[in-house]
Design a protein around this ligand. Structure first.
Ligand code: ZN
Length: 299
């Protein structure tokens, strides 16, 4: 009986070594948390931050769905951790509220509509914009930073690579130049701007981690949130737009770097494995519509 017991112990040791090795692969050289010791955020709320209609899905799925229209969701997330609140993205500008003409970042391609404001959704929880400690931006496209100006007292968190990029000289792609100009206008000059470099553990306990996932734009990021009952959840940013694109590794034609986009999707896949995480995809309307909406929350 001694031998099987010893074999069992060896295989448990091997398994734990392997899982540590797996963690190292996903977190190596970064500030991604150790899944075994990460702290917790208390609540995660989904906010409705708009929806859009694009006239050619193939911009997001090159070679497929040419000329087919597609509806996207625009999603913001609110996280409570201790007495602090983190808002992830700010959605379509509140000035677009109930405007039948809508609002656009690239008028020839996509039109956004807004049925509810962030302010009114925060108010449902008894919160004012001044109660938000951090506003973390996945990237600077207008449908993500449309309301950043409503949070002058919050610390705005973004990747330094993103900030440098929108202030860099124009390139040859007119759509990209147009998006950068709009980004500078909507971002303005935040009073409290914190530029970060790569993966960043926001509270130092692994509960909320900004994860560098460049490719859609040079400083795009995703967010890893750890909750007691729901486990790890990855908020995509725009590392991917649709579940199907993630499965097929499809890169939108508007992305600034195709190879980086594929590497970032791989990074997210490794994280899903390491953290047994769920991936919530910002613009995937079918997925987003099925998720809890504020005042309901994940904990
Ligand atoms: Zn977007």
């Amino acid at each position: 009986m001694i031998r099987p017991a010893r074999d069992a112990i060896i295989s448990i040791m091997l398994a734990s070594l392997l899982s540590i090795g797996g963690t190292r692969t996903a977190t190596g050289g970064s500030n991604l948390p150790d899944p075994a010791t990460a702290g917790f955020a208390e609540q995660l709320y989904r906010l409705d931050c708009g929806h859009s209609l694009a006239n050619d899905e193939s911009v997001w799925t090159p070679g497929e769905n040419i000329g087919r229209s597609i509806e996207f969701s625009s999603t913001c997330w609110l996280i409570k951790r201790g007495s602090q609140w983190v808002l992830w993205d700010t959605g379509v500008p509140e000035t677009a509220l109930n405007d039948p003409k809508g609002w656009s970042t690239l008028p020839k391609l996509i039109v956004y509509h807004l049925d509810k404001t962030i302010t009114s959704q925060l108010a449902e929880l008894g919160l004012k914009t001044g109660d938000i400690t951090y506003v973390a931006l996945s990237h600077t496209h207008g449908d993500h930073i449309g309301n950043v100006g409503l949070f002058p007292n919050s610390t705005i968190l973004m990747q330094r690579a993103e900030y440098s990029w929108i202030h860099s000289p124009d390139g040859t792609n007119d759509n990209v130049n147009q998006l950068k100009a709009l980004a500078r206008k909507l971002l303005g000059t935040p009073k409290h701007l914190q530029l970060i470099d790569g993966d960043t553990d926001l509270f130092g306990d692994g509960s909320v981690t900004l994860v560098s996932t460049p490719g859609h734009t040079p400083g795009s990021q995703s967010l890893l949130v750890h909750l007691k009952n729901s486990g790890f959840i990855i908020l995509s940013g725009d590392v991917v737009h649709l579940e199907e694109s993630f499965e097929k590794n499809i890169v939108p034609s508007l992305n600034t770097d195709k190879a980086a986009s594929i590497a970032s999707m791989d990074k997210v896949r490794r994280m899903i494995a390491t953290y047994h995480a769920k991936l919530f995809i910002n613009h995937d309307k079918a997925q987003a519509d099925a998720l809890k909406l504020l005042p309901a929350f994940y904990d």
